[in-house]
Design a protein around this ligand. Structure first.
Ligand code: NAD
Length: 278
């Protein structure tokens, strides 16, 4: 039977639980988008390993979904390899890698004063962490011979140059390129590699960016309203962590079985908006 035929049958069988019997590792799964994805993946039948540096919060999320938690600083290759090994020793295989951990700062807004140490720090977590994730997930998936789905988190900032988050934007642009090149190689093993590009999600990362740039009284509610009125084509509708988690669920499931090397924008159309929207 051809692989795509068996995948379609699997989709029909598991339509209620879209990730039934699948094993997933989620970096940055302690809070924000990663935690929302961990809950959604588990609701859909996946066994989830959360890999993060926020140990208490991450362990609580893992416990609530009967998953596993491991301390993992994604900038350290050994930590990421250990997270993958935990999934393998727990359930014997790995099907989904959501390489989602990331930071938004610290950095200033002008290229003329960009601190290279800060840029290196951003690269070590956002880009190198993603490289570690793809590398070790691919090794495990090739060994298990079950195919797999690797999902990375890029950003609409790559398109919206006007945000002037130079270091952050560079790391996310590099992830876009890496996803395409890895997808070209790994397709042979039925491993799909895609990324998601969110925008304006009222997570702690975005709130702290607003505080850093002077809006010290920003609240999740006000941020959500601002995004809903200024950074989305969908009037009054700002993005949520669940919107991005749903996109990750789609890319993780067999329903997206013919999608690879793709960058899925979850931006409420903002990157297609004209200047009145910015
Ligand atoms: P968040 O701050 O709520 O979550 C980020 C998670 O990554 C946290 O749990 C944090 O502890 C973890 N993390 C940070 N450094 C780590 C490290 N070295 N090792 C392991 N884990 C680490 O923010 P979020 O918005 O949920 O961010 C998730 C991803 O989405 C990030 O890659 C971010 O760049 C991306 N993103 C967010 C937005 C947005 O608007 N919030 C937009 C585009 C892209």
């Amino acid at each position: 039977m051809e692989p795509h035929v068996s995948q379609n049958m699997a989709t029909q069988k598991s339509s209620a639980k879209r990730l039934a019997d699948k094993v997933a590792v989620i970096t940055g799964g302690a809070r924000g988008i990663g935690a929302a994805a961990a809950k959604l993946f588990a609701e859909n039948g996946a066994h989830v390993v959360i890999a993060d540096v926020l140990d208490d919060i991450g362990a609580n999320v893992a416990e609530s979904i009967e998953g596993r938690y491991i301390h993992c600083d994604v900038s350290k290759e050994d930590d990421v390899e250990s997270a993958i090994n935990l999934a393998l020793s727990w359930k014997g295989h790995l099907d989904i890698m959501f390489s989602n951990a990331g930071i938004g700062g610290p950095e200033g807004r002008s290229i003329t004063t960009l601190e290279m140490d800060q840029v290196r720090h951003l690269f070590s977590i956002n880009l190198h962490g993603t490289i570690h994730g793809i590398k070790h997930a691919a090794r495990a998936m090739i060994k298990c011979q079950r195919g797999g789905s690797i999902i990375c988190t890029s950003s609409a900032a790559v398109i919206l140059g006007g945000l002037a988050l130079h270091g952050y934007t560079m790391t996310k642009a590099a992830i876009d390129g890496l996803v395409r090149s890895a997808a070209c190689e790994l397709g042979e093993h039925l491993i799909r590699v895609n990324c998601i590009s969110p925008h304006g999600v009222p997570s702690e990362m975005l709130l702290s960016a607003y505080r850093r740039f002077g809006d010290v009284d920003i609240t999740p509610q006000r941020l959500k309203e601002m995004v809903g009125t200024r950074a989305s084509l969908l009037k009054g509708r700002g993005s949520t962590i669940e919107d991005v988690a749903q996109a990750a669920l789609f890319l993780a499931s067999d329903e997206s079985g013919f999608i690879t090397a793709h960058n899925l924008l979850v931006d409420g159309g903002h990157t297609s908006a004209d200047s009145r929207m910015s």
